[in-house]
Write a protein that binds this ligand. Structure first.
Ligand code: AMP
Length: 407
């Protein structure tokens, strides 16, 4: 496609949280990013918009009250317009929305209709924090450009291929079905993108490789991907299950919750906050930033060292579990903030797994780069890779493909 091609090729990606909106504008003719930004503390006096044009010009920062999502998006539109990238442009092909919970119904990106909105709404009880914010973001964008296709890209979609034996909890079936209780998994856009990019790195088609993807950010999840298809993932009904995360506990005996209620006298909301916001690395040692934890370990801090060991132990258990689920593994891919940057985490996670064909080359592991790369020695049977994730590009790609297909 050339610049004279009349087909609109820009996609705005919106990731709406309860008090924030992250956005990126991409030109899908060449997958180039045109602008990125963030509005935070929406609804407060100290709202902040940080806008970075990538077509020239400096980063801009606006502070002051931004009342709601509508005002936030209007401010974003004004910033984009200053760079000649206004949202009223005929070059805008679609708006792609990250939607956290798509339940079982949405296994692919979907053009948003009123029916789709009703279903996202119906899923609020299983995603009480995320889906309402996503709905607000969509409504706001619709009011700004009612003529434009709006596409929902679901965090859960990639995991809808999980077989029933991986997706069901071993609880009473009627109760589970009545309340839609099952394992849905999250970070799906990242797991999809990274598993595909890993296959590319190996010079193979995704259908030919089995990959364990370790998405280690502040939230963290693992997935087992067989031939491009997700067969298991570590997050469940909500993002609380699985790995030790920045502030979430991950797996624990459910009886801990009864104990906290009956013995510690905590309310359901207090326990929710404890497990989602005050647990994981921050609960174990007071820090959730892996850089800070490594710095403390280097200074001999025992609490930080124990937190790191618990984090790695859980990670190793999932690598082993997904190795067994897949039977044969071609690659283990590390991604997201910790996975892409923390060499000690990658080294520790595969340490002692040589019998499984897993090893890390110290020199390759120490290289800092934004490019997908192998960090395993040549002799290793299983490739260990660092594959930077790009959820916005994946959302834009899926959105654009859907719009172009005329679906
Ligand atoms: P994410 O949620 O993917 O943005 O990841 C955020 C997390 O990545 C932070 O909380 C840090 O723990 C971790 N992180 C980011 N940069 C680095 C780094 N250079 N070294 C180690 N950990 C990092």
């Amino acid at each position: 496609m050339t610049s004279t091609d009349p087909t609109p090729s820009r996609v705005l990606v919106l990731n709406s949280g309860s008090s924030s909106v992250k956005y990126q504008l991409l030109d899908m003719a060449d997958s180039a990013r045109l602008a990125v930004g963030l509005v935070e503390r929406i609804g407060e006096e100290t709202s902040r918009l940080v806008h970075t044009p990538l077509t020239g010009g400096d980063k801009r920062e606006l502070t002051g009250p931004i009342a709601d999502h509508a005002a936030a998006l209007k401010a974003v539109s004004e910033e984009l317009a200053k760079d000649g990238l206004g949202l009223d442009s005929p070059e805008l092909a679609a708006i792609g929305h990250r939607v956290v919970h798509g339940g079982l119904k949405f296994s692919a990106p979907t053009v948003i209709t009123e029916e789709v909105m009703a279903e996202i709404e119906r899923l609020v009880p299983v995603a009480p924090l995320h889906n309402p914010a996503n709905i607000t973001g969509i409504r706001t964008a619709q009011s700004l450009r009612p003529d434009l296709p709006q596409v929902a890209v679901f965090d859960t979609a990639f995991h809808t291929t999980m077989p029933e034996h991986a997706a069901r909890y071993a609880i009473d079936v009627e109760t589970a079905d009545a309340h839609r209780i099952r394992r849905y998994g999250f970070h799906g856009t990242s797991h999809a993108y990274v598993s595909r990019e890993t296959a590319k790195l190996l010079g193979k088609d995704p259908s030919e490789v089995n990959v364990i993807v370790l998405h280690l950010g502040n939230g963290a999840s693992a997935s087992a991907v067989r031939g491009g298809v997700c067969v298991d993932t570590s997050m469940g009904l909500t993002p609380l299950e699985g790995l030790v995360m920045g502030t979430r506990s991950g797996d624990l005996d459910p009886a801990v919750i009864f104990h906290l209620e009956r013995v510690a006298g905590m309310s359901t909301d207090e326990i929710d906050t404890l497990l989602n916001k005050k647990s994981g690395l921050v609960g174990l040692c007071g820090d959730n930033d892996m850089r800070e934890i490594r710095r403390r370990i280097d200074e001999g801090d025992q609490r930080a060292a124990l937190a790191f060991d618990i984090y790695i132990h859980r990670l190793k258990k999932y690598i082993g579990a997904y190795y067994a689920v897949l039977g044969k593994v071609d690659a283990v891919a590390f991604t997201a903030g910790v996975g892409e940057n923390a060499a000690p985490v990658r080294e520790a996670a595969v340490l002692g797994l040589e019998e499984l064909g897993l090893a890390v080359d110290g020199e390759l592991n120490a290289v800092r780069s934004d490019a997908p790369r192998l960090i395993s020695p040549e002799y290793a049977r299983v490739a260990v890779a660092v594959v930077p994730t790009d959820e916005e590009l994946e959302i834009a790609t899926q959105t654009y493909a859907l719009v172009r297909s005329g679906a």
